[in-house]
Design a protein around this ligand. Structure first.
Ligand SMILES: *Cc1c(COP(=O)(O)O)cnc(C)c1O
Length: 362
């Protein structure tokens, strides 16, 4: 079976000596290896400020806390995402307001979002789902017009581009995940890119109980409770090695994605995604629309190719019952969208095989 996701781990000869060294170094908690990983990642993404965390969820939560999102506030988000995008909003006590998605892309629809803005709206969370990039031209305009900051959930979007630059620089906050199945895994981990340098120290305190790492433990003074969200040296070491492989891995995703875009656009019964202007997807998953979706899934599985929706629409959860509203764009998107494999593990023979199978019909 060609899987939809697969953890990429750098070659043993490169990875194992680095892990062994750090494990027996006597310093395995947050330390130099973490700061080095942060520097490497800043360079990779070309962003000035960034902190590493122990998960993408932690990065999202810290971003919301830095904006002071709390009970009584509203945050506009999307139901088409992995749950942590929204459980972190729930943790702040704020109300989630669903924006609808574009029927063609499944990405948050700026027109719907603008309609849902109220005096209580504290933030807009956009998700670059499956590596496809949201309509940032429009979202930037909305953010400026209303003075509402944007948090980009880029858990699927390492290497995705907006205006030919890697995602991470555009908004107040951009959150990355290095969980097992993402483009780059550190086993678990995440990062938060922060546009305003003045917020970096508070971000660091929020990831470490509220304590200031720059001040001796005995002279510290906590004035706001933080969390245990720090990355450790072992994870960071894995990340530093993984990062040296990412150009290669991301190129594989991109190359396969473009191949599928090209071939699928000529096949009946499927429709490719119209990506937004000024954006380049990183193809974490390949997304397309198909007729007779359940028949398509069965046919693909019978031929050894995973085809799946991957995530449950988040408005189906009881936790978010209060936010329930009509989302006709999402209803329509769900009827036809599906993901198929296109990651680094999909070889040239695999992708030709995938196209042959789809061309054969269902
Ligand atoms: C994976 C994921 C997260 C959370 O990342 P973790 O590192 O697993 O905490 C957040 N948002 C989306 C869309 C994700 O897919």
């Amino acid at each position: 079976m060609i899987p939809i996701v697969k953890p990429y781990i750098a070659p043993k000869e490169k990875m194992m000596p680095a892990i062994e060294e750090i494990l027996y170094s006597g310093y395995i908690a947050e330390g130099q290896a973490v700061y080095q990983f942060e520097d490497q990642l800043k360079e990779f993404l070309n962003v000035p400020n960034l902190i590493a965390t122990n998960s993408g969820t932690a990065a999202l939560h810290i971003a919301l806390l830095l904006l002071g999102v709390t009970e009584g506030d509203e945050v506009i988000s999307t139901a088409f995402t992995a749950e942590p995008t929204n459980t972190t909003i729930a943790l702040t006590g704020a109300k989630i307001v669903w924006g609808d998605v574009e029927q063609a892309t499944g990405l948050l629809d700026p027109i719907s979002v603008e309609k849902k803005i109220t005096s209580k709206t504290k933030a807009i969370v956009v998700v670059h789902y499956a590596g496809m990039v949201c309509d940032m031209d429009r979202f930037n305009t909305i953010s400026e017009k209303y003075g509402i900051p944007i948090i980009e959930d880029a858990a699927h979007a390492l290497g995705s581009c907006y205006l030919n630059k890697k995602i991470g620089y555009n908004s107040a906050f951009t959150c990355f995940s290095f969980q097992a199945i993402k483009h780059m895994t550190t086993v678990d981990g995440g990062a938060l890119a922060i546009r305003d340098q003045n917020l970096v120290n508070e971000a660091k305190r929020l990831r470490w109980f509220g304590l200031d790492k720059g001040v001796s433990r005995l002279k510290n003074n906590i004035n706001r409770a933080g969390y245990k969200y720090a990355m450790n040296n072992v994870t960071a070491t894995i990340g530093s090695v993984q990062l040296t492989e990412m150009d290669k891995v991301l190129t594989k995703h991109l190359d396969n994605g473009k191949y599928l875009d090209d071939k699928l656009s000529k096949i009946n019964g499927v429709k490719t995604i119209p990506y937004h202007q000024n954006t380049t997807p990183s193809y974490w998953l390949y997304t397309l629309h198909v007729e007779k979706k359940s028949d398509f899934i069965k046919m693909m599985e019978a031929n050894g190719i995973t085809a799946t929706e991957l995530h449950l629409r988040n408005d189906a959860h009881t936790l978010f019952a209060e936010s329930k509203c009509a989302l006709p764009g999402l209803d329509a998107f769900y009827k036809t969208y599906i993901h198929i494999p296109c990651g680094w593990w999909v070889s040239e023979e695999d992708r030709e095989y995938i196209i042959d199978i789809i061309r054969g019909g269902w």
